[in-house]
Design a protein around this ligand. Sequence first.
Ligand code: ADP
Ligand code: MG
Length: 604
Amino acid sequence: MRIRYLPETLINQIAAGEVIERPAAVVKELTENAIDAGATQIDVQIRDGGKSFIQIRDNGLGMERDDLAAAVDRHATSKLHDDDLLHIEHLGFRGEALASIGAVARLQIQSRPPDSEHGWEITVEGGHKSAVKPCGCGNGTLITVRDLFFATPARLKFMKTQRAETMAVKDTVSRLAMAYPDIAFSLEQDGRTSLSLAPAGSSQDRLSDLLGRDFGDNALPVEAVRDDMRLGGYAGLPTYHRGTSQHQYLFVNGRSVRDKLLYGCLRAAYADVLARDRHPVAALFLDLPAAAVDMNVHPAKAEVRFKDPGEVRGLIISALKHALHAGGFKSAPAVSMQALSAIRPANEQGLRQPLSAPPPASYIQNDQVRAGLAEAAQNFYTPLGNLQPGARAEPITNPGAAAPAPDKEQHPLGAARAQVHENYIIAQTAEGLVIVDQHAAHERLVYERFKVQLAERGIEKQGLLAPEIIELSPEDATLLLEHQSDLSRLGLEVEAFGESGTIAVQSVPAILGQRLDIKSLVIDMIDEIRGTGESAALDSRINALLSTMACHGSVRSGRRLNAEEMNALLRQMEATPYSGQCNHGRPTYVELSLRDIEKLFGRR
Ligand code: ADP
Ligand code: MG
């Protein structure tokens, strides 16, 4: 006979390959066991990225002698009642983790239920199990894993750098800690404490502990219930974006998952307010009946399968959009903080200490000029006519800018006071000042108007008296003409004209106005079509095209605005959803509070 049954040790090693692919996976399995055991305090220590040493102590319910002996066997679990894989109420259920770890590493478990006189100890090294013997230990369970993968050296080669493994362990513990705010966690990496979390009052507190107050300040609450599904958590403002999806924490029934469907929901909800290569930050908790979700599709349970994916998607996307909408024209406070910290160093260096490097020669050339500067400075301190005590300074722009006193409720973006560098509007608000990037803001407004028109009665077209003839490369022309009907829906009518490569533009969207550069619009549209590709959903393709068109219709930076125009822009921003960021997720305005400004000047 050529076929033979594999020995148990080998079976375990093969199985271990699926569950335990790196140190962080060991930490995840053991920490989940501690949570399942009802622990209120879980302490994790690792050395060497977890390769040489992992230890986890919990104060949970512990194991008796016989349970301890069974716990390290494969497919032995206390957690699956009635053999029903559709009703999973614990984090574990496969009964594989301890057996897998024991197969590939040196595993030692000491455990003592709270009412026992002493504890019990067992070791498993490379699949060889010791007898259970009594030991002295505290209540709960202490698990030590040494020399991970010593029994399967091929695995070791796949380990990333120590730094990468260390970070993965921290990420794992953080995710579990987010899902269980009542439990205290600590993590020590190579003798250094990297997490120390007291039981938190709420999941919001725990999130701030882990993600920083910054996240709390830049996130919107998300809350939605549909039938017996519930979504809670926090979603970052669009301006608070990151370069990877690493900062998206998604939980299904208390279990951290990296599920494609859920990532897709975030992408879809933010598609309108974020550039394609940026990612929102979010922590979302989805709870639904155990029977509505299959947790058993992935050995490490990172992916799940929903019974009704459409419904889950609908709930999440609409809840996120709702939150973003309610956030309205809000821009991220983080942006203002960055602005302030950019101002501060200049102040501190310039006024409090001598500059460390000599100023550029073009500024101060000789003593004579220096003396001139001193004079100028002196003049500055001499009271000028309209700065006499009691006199009110007039707005810098024309008197028409003296808009009504800013009313916080009605006009949170305040009254326009000036335009500087032909692109930035300075407005005075009830509690500080706002700087608006007029181009970015206007682009957003045009985009939102496009969307409203499209939804209501189609985009209004402006026929051209004489068609605009544009020469393109034959490929570009073909690509453009393939999208003729989509573009026509968007108000841009193009036709083939004469020889291949030449097209005629018959009409353009009316919103884009008279001074439109039609050729550059057409070229940008071609780039956009090529960039988005056919794979994207029709909706998101249309929106991407609209967003590109909006850019062409916006007041360019460089255009002077009068006070009325500036105030009109501010009022429209207040009335327009998502106007806190441009179509690419950049902020359209920053707000500086008077308090912070006063701090800058040492008045507070
Ligand atoms: P699973 O968690 O899927 O049941 P494991 O191999 O991780 O499988 O654990 C096997 C069993 O060992 C668990 O079902 C549980 O009864 C017991 N166990 C493991 N870790 C602990 C712990 N920290 N405290 C108490 N019991 C534990
Ligand atoms: Mg387990």
